[in-house]
Write a protein that binds this ligand. Structure first.
Ligand SMILES: [Zn+2]
Length: 447
């Protein structure tokens, strides 16, 4: 199978280091707020990649939980809750949302707070190897000491500095030097303070991922994934740390990045008021499978615009998936044709076109063998996580439908045929077919 590798800007055949085991690290959430749509897109894409890989290989998939970060400290203060309460609450919320979106749990989900000794060890190696220095309670990575800095983002140091809005500080040798360890600030919650050879403080974000990927996957591993917005500085810094701390290592061999997300054509931001969390969508009754499908319709490397039409189209397709007859215990299994599309840099457009073709073929033929294949393909892509009743929200809807039918009957009795017709249209839009009996009663069923 082949994927586009950001490192050499080429489609590249996956050749795992250890034969039949693939090691993959994906940057996980910083647990200070509920996941937004951008987080969800990334999680769903790497979940699909994980499913494709594990069909052929044993996969060691690591996605971290960043539970130490300035944003966490700030949010805890703002909410008036302790750091541990905040991170625990948001982590649980994240897990609930991942399950709702059909994302499988990774093999390992390390938390920064549980890996401080490993982080300290990598920082110590960097100092020992002459790639990091201590200054005013901070430890900084010395960008000037690593000639290949910029190899992943393929930018010059000047361009990178301009792009990264680097913090200018008098104790830095180069403006681009980044923090590996920073001193605790006054008023910091005790749970965000850790002892180190450089004083009480906490690690920088970049070093966390390097330390945790090394611990679980080794100094050189197969795949690193994340959003395109992480290429610089986060991933660039991860490579620099990994390669400089561990001689003769490559760090990640293949870098896979997913494209940007816009909402109604604009960048998602709190100030524009278009900042949507997955929780909000689920609360509005949008099914997790619909959200998952919407995110997978665009190729993962392309930008995706989130809008009403996208969601509407996704719902229509998902309705078709859920209207297929159920086969008990139909296994999630991709057939050869579906595999060929997914193993070609996750070509989801071709994958869905194929599944939709299979649905039309099935609707014409009612062929049982085709149905088994088709359900296997749909489940392989991570759908059909809900029962048909849950998906169509039947229990809740029934009362509403009965009310509409009663209102229509009354409108007809009152000879308000326009109103009766309106109600019939409304029922039709809800996917309800009605049949009037001779005795004046009405029966209904779902399309
Ligand atoms: Zn990371």
């Amino acid at each position: 199978m082949k994927f586009y590798n950001t490192k050499n800007k080429k489609q590249q055949e996956l050749e795992p280091l250890s034969g039949n085991i693939v090691s993959m690290y994906v940057c996980g959430p910083t647990v200070y707020a509920s996941p937004h749509l951008g987080n969800a897109r990334s999680a769903i894409i790497y979940d699909l990649l994980y499913r494709v890989l594990r069909a052929k290989y044993e996969v060691n998939y690591v996605r971290n939980i960043t539970d130490v970060d300035d944003k966490i400290n700030a949010a805890a203060k703002e909410n008036g809750e302790s750091i541990s309460d905040l991170t625990e609450r948001v982590t649980q919320d994240f897990h609930r949302i991942m399950a709702a979106l059909g994302c499988l749990p990774p093999t390992h989900e390390p938390r920064v707070t549980e890996n401080i000794p490993e982080i300290i060890e990598v920082i110590s190696s960097l100092i020992k190897n002459g790639h990091a220095y201590e200054a005013e309670g901070h430890v900084l990575f010395d960008v000037g000491s690593y000639k290949d800095y910029g190899c992943l983002a393929r930018r010059s140091v000047d361009e990178m500095q301009a792009g990264a809005r680097v913090e200018i500080a008098p104790y830095k040798k180069n403006a681009a030097d980044f923090v590996l360890w920073k001193p605790a600030s006054e008023g910091d919650d005790e749970s965000a303070k850790f002892a180190s050879p450089w004083g009480i403080g906490r690690p920088g974000w970049h070093i966390e991922c390097t330390a945790m990927s090394t611990k679980f996957l080794g100094e050189t591993y197969d795949i690193h994934g994340g959003g395109l917005d992480l290429v610089f500085p986060h991933h660039e810094n991860e490579v620099a740390q990994g390669v400089c701390a561990h001689e003769d290592s490559e760090y990640a061999r293949m870098w896979i990045h997913n494209g940007f997300l816009t909402v109604d054509g604009e960048k998602m931001s709190k100030s524009l008021g278009n900042f949507t969390t997955v929780s909000e969508l689920l609360d509005k009754g949008v099914n997790g499978d619909i959200i998952r499908y919407a995110f997978l319709t665009a190729h993962y490397r392309q930008p995706l615009d989130w809008n009403e039409k996208l969601l509407y189209d996704a719902k229509n397709t998902m309705d078709k998936f859920y209207r297929l007859p159920e086969i008990e215990d139909a296994a999630a299994k991709a057939d050869d044709e579906l595999s060929s599309y997914l193993e070609d840099d996750l070509n989801t457009s071709k994958a869905f076109a194929y599944i939709n073709q299979q649905i039309s073929d099935y609707n014409k033929s009612n062929d049982a063998e085709l149905l088994t294949k088709l359900l296997g393909n749909i489940k392989f892509m991570g759908f059909l996580n809900y029962s048909v009743d849950e998906y169509f929200g039947r229990a809740d809807d029934d009362a509403e439908i009965d009310e509409l039918i009663a209102a229509r009957k009354k409108a007809k009795q009152d000879k308000d045929f326009a109103e009766a017709d309106n109600i019939r249209k409304k029922l039709d839009a809800l996917g309800i077919i009605i049949e009037d009996n001779r005795d004046g009663s009405t029966e209904w069923r779902r399309k």
